[in-house]
Design a protein around this ligand. Structure first.
Ligand code: GLA
Length: 391
C-alpha cells in the first residue's frame, strides 16, 4: 500500500530531493458511551485498522498543495490565507488544522500532501478526526515540533468546532490519537484520563454494519442535542448548584429531581446521559471479567436509550438493530457514533458471521430499499508514522 501511494504521489507532484514521509491515523468505532463526551462522561471506543494515510513532503514557499485518492478535487492555499472556503470542501479539514498548528507556533513552511482514506465518509467512523489527526501529527513531526498528543487531539477538536462548525466532543480525537491494537480505550471526558482495556474476544468478531443512509441533517441535530443538554444541566443545577456537567448526576440523583424538568424532551435527554454513563462503567467491568453476555445486554440497552430517550437513531439504524439482535450468535448490537444514519456495531460469534450478514442484508433491503455494507473489524493502533518506506 505505502509503495503504491508513493508512486501516486510522485505522479501528481514534481520530483524533489526532499524526503517523502507517510503517516496514518485510524478511524474509530465506539463500543458504548454515546453523546456522553460533551457532557463530561465516559466513552469506550477503539481504533480501527481502516483510516487515513497522508503522504507528505515539505515545501519552502509557504504553499500547501493537497490531493486525495478519494476526491477528484485538488485544494491549494498559502499560509497567509487560512480561511474556510465552501468550495474547498474536504480540504477545509487539513486547512483548519494547519491554522491551529500555526497558532501553536509550529514553524510550517508549506507541503505537498496526498491523502488516501479507507474509511467510508460520513458513516460515523470518524473520518474527520482521522484526517485531522494524521495531518496534525504528521505536520508536527515533519517540521520537528513536538506537541503532546493530548494537545494535538484538542487542536483537532477546536478545528472541528470553530473552523468546520460541528460542536463535537473529544472522544473521536482521543480514540484516533491514543488507540492501541486489540485494546479499547476507556476515557473519562471530564478529566481526559484514559485506561486501555484488552479486547479479548476469542471466537467473536466485531462487525460494523453501514446503513448507507446519507446523513443530511446530522450536524444541526447534533448541535441541537448539545443545546438540550445545556438546558437540562441548568435545571439540574437549580437543585445541585455545584454540578459542573450532567455526568456528575448519578441515576439516584436524577430520580430525585425528575419532576423538576418541565419539558419531557429535556428530561429524556438527561436520562439518557445519566443511564449511559452507568452502562459504560458496567461494560468496562463486564469486559474485564470476560462477561460478553452482560456486555452485549448493555449495548442493546444503550441503543434503546438512544432510540427512545435521545432520539438520534432513525429508521435505518433501528431496522438494523431489530434484525441483528434476533440473529443467533449476535451477543450485542447498537448504533455507533453520532447517529442519524451511519453504522451499527455488533459482537457476533465467529461461526455465525456469515448467517448474520446474509440474513440482515436480505431483510434490511426489503424494509428500507438500501443495501448495507459490512466490515469485520480489527482493532489497530492510534496515529503513527509508517516507517521503513524506501523513497
Ligand atoms: C460524534 C462526535 C463525538 C461524539 C459522538 C457521539 O462522533 O464527534 O464527539 O459526541 O458523535 O457519541
Amino acid at each position: 500500500m505505502e509503495q503504491r501511494l508513493i508512486k501516486e504521489f510522485l505522479a501528481r507532484f514534481s520530483e524533489s530531493a526532499e524526503k517523502i514521509r507517510i503517516f496514518f491515523a485510524p478511524g474509530r468505532v465506539n463500543l458504548i458511551g454515546e453523546h456522553t463526551d460533551y457532557n463530561g462522561g465516559y466513552v469506550f471506543p477503539a481504533a480501527l485498522t481502516m483510516g487515513t494515510y497522508m503522504v507528505v513532503r515539505p515545501r519552502k514557499d509557504k504553499m500547501f498543495y493537497l490531493g486525495s485518492t478519494n476526491f477528484e478535487q485538488k485544494v491549494s492555499f498559502s499560509l497567509e490565507e487560512l480561511v474556510y472556503k465552501e468550495e474547498d470542501d474536504w480540504g477545509n479539514y487539513p486547512k483548519g488544522i494547519i491554522k491551529e498548528l500555526a497558532a501553536l507556533n509550529v514553524n510550517l513552511t508549506g507541503a505537498d500532501i496526498l491523502y488516501h482514506g479507507t474509511l467510508p465518509n460520513g458513516a460515523g467512523l470518524s473520518s474527520s478526526a482521522s484526517i485531522g489527526m494524521t495531518t496534525a501529527y504528521g505536520l508536527t513531526e515533519l517540521f520537528n515540533h513536538s506537541i503532546k498528543r493530548v494537545d494535538l487531539a484538542l487542536a483537532v477538536q477546536r478545528m472541528e468546532n470553530t473552523f468546520i462548525g460541528v460542536n463535537s466532543g473529544i472522544m473521536d480525537q482521543f480514540a484516533v490519537g491514543f488507540g492501541e491494537k486489540d485494546h479499547a480505550l476507556f476515557l473519562n471526558c471530564a478529566t481526559l484520563e484514559t485506561e486501555k482495556v484488552r479486547l479479548a474476544l476469542p471466537n467473536y468478531k466485531i462487525v460494523i454494519t453501514n446503513t448507507n443512509k446519507r446523513r443530511g441533517l446530522a450536524d444541526s441535530k447534533y448541535n441541537e442535542r448539545r443545546d438540550e443538554c445545556e438546558e437540562g444541566l441548568k435545571t439540574a443545577q437549580t437543585v445541585y448548584s455545584s454540578l459542573q456537567n450532567l455526568s456528575e448526576l448519578t441515576v439516584e440523583m436524577f430520580n430525585e429531581i425528575e419532576s423538576k424538568f418541565e419539558s419531557d424532551i429535556i428530561k429524556r435527554r438527561v436520562r439518557h446521559i445519566v443511564t449511559e454513563n452507568e452502562r459504560v462503567v458496567k461494560a468496562k467491568e463486564a469486559l474485564n471479567h470476560s462477561n460478553l453476555r452482560e456486555f452485549g445486554e448493555l449495548m442493546k440497552a444503550s441503543h434503546e436509550s438512544l432510540q427512545f430517550d435521545y432520539e438520534v437513531t432513525g429508521k435505518e439504524l433501528d431496522v438494523l438493530f431489530m434484525l441483528q439482535r434476533q440473529v443467533e450468535g449476535c451477543v450485542g448490537t447498537r448504533m455507533t457514533g453520532a447517529g442519524f444514519g451511519g453504522c451499527t456495531v455488533s459482537i457476533v460469534r465467529e461461526d455465525a458471521v456469515k448467517t448474520f450478514k446474509d440474513s440482515v442484508k436480505e431483510d434490511y433491503e426489503k424494509q428500507t430499499g438500501l443495501t448495507p455494507t459490512f466490515y469485520i473489524c480489527d482493532i489497530g493502533d492510534g496515529v503513527k508514522e509508517l516507517k521503513g518506506v524506501i523513497v
